[in-house]
Design a protein around this ligand. Structure first.
Ligand code: DGL
Length: 272
């Protein structure tokens, strides 16, 4: 069986890349719901419905474990899927998110204990990061800031343009003026690492910018060590298959830029 990696679009590829670097032996199935992206401005109900459809599609195609490589889906759908849907679908399957592993590492990253979280409007509104941090490190001062234009910039291949500079600088200025003591910025949206060169341009060098890929990869490696009953079911062919809800031509050309190698995807439909 495979490991499924799901995102609303291209952002999850930043996570998949790091997972495959850390755990190259497994077989992966990536699904991007590019046709219905962005999720970050959608309601809880819709993000839950779309995410559940995606998880079911990955299970039907042979995944034992699905990583929601999307903060918005992790914030709005993960808990309900784990608690209500998985027992009905197949209690031997697993769905994991990206917020908890990120939050667990935050106390190790900051000296000032002032953290900035950048995310989609949906992730920020859900308050998931604040709720999780409150449980494990209540001494942290957290400033969350939504960047509504950043995902469309990435999905539309504008992440390297001058227009992107405007929106990147604008949001970083708002974040830093809300709390000048911030020494660590978490990119709490899996699309944002694609804007990293621009992000670094607009913040002082002493600020640590954290991408989630390596954190999620390490957390998955640890999870598989602790769950041999799941690990032993995973096939080890080192393959990756890509699925998108958009046209394959568009997905393949942009995904190949992000992954720095050419890929061939298949289109699937999620709406029933
Ligand atoms: N990449 C997703 C995340 O990590 C969200 C992108 C979107 O708005 O669809 O939150």
């Amino acid at each position: 069986m495979k490991i499924g990696v799901f995102d609303s679009g291209y952002g999850g590829l930043t996570i998949l890349k790091d997972i495959r670097n850390r755990l190259p032996q497994y077989d992966y199935l990536y699904l991007g719901d590019n046709a219905r992206n962005p999720y970050g401005t959608r309601s809880f109900e819709i993000v839950y419905e779309f995410t559940l459809q995606a998880v079911k599609a990955l299970f039907e195609r042979g995944c034992r474990l699905v990583i929601l490589a999307c903060n918005t889906a992790s914030a709005k759908a993960l808990r309900t899927i784990q608690q209500n849907d998985l027992p009905k679908i197949d209690s031997s399957k697993r769905v994991l998110g990206v917020i908890r592993p990120t939050v667990e590492i935050i106390p190790k990253l900051t000296s000032s204990k002032h953290i900035g979280i950048l995310g989609t409007p949906g992730t920020v509104k859900s308050n998931s990061y604040a709720l999780e941090i409150e449980k494990i490190a209540p001494e942290m001062t957290l400033t969350q800031h939504a960047c509504p234009m950043w995902v469309p910039l990435v999905e539309n291949n504008e992440f390297d343009s001058e227009g992107a500079d405007y929106f990147v600088e604008k949001e970083l200025r708002s974040l830093m003026s809300a709390d000048p003591k911030i020494d660590t910025i978490i990119l709490g949206c899996t699309h944002y690492p694609l804007l990293l060169p621009k992000i670094k341009k607009y913040i002082p060098d002493h600020i640590n910018v954290v991408c989630q890929g390596p954190i999620v990869a390490e957390s998955l490696a640890d999870y598989l060590r602790r769950h041999p009953e799941i690990e032993s079911n995973l096939t080890k062919g080192g393959s990756v298959t890509y699925l998108t809800t958009e046209h394959t031509e568009k997905f393949d050309s942009l995904a190949s830029v992000f992954l720095e190698s050419s890929i061939n995807s298949d289109t699937i439909s999620l709406a029933h």
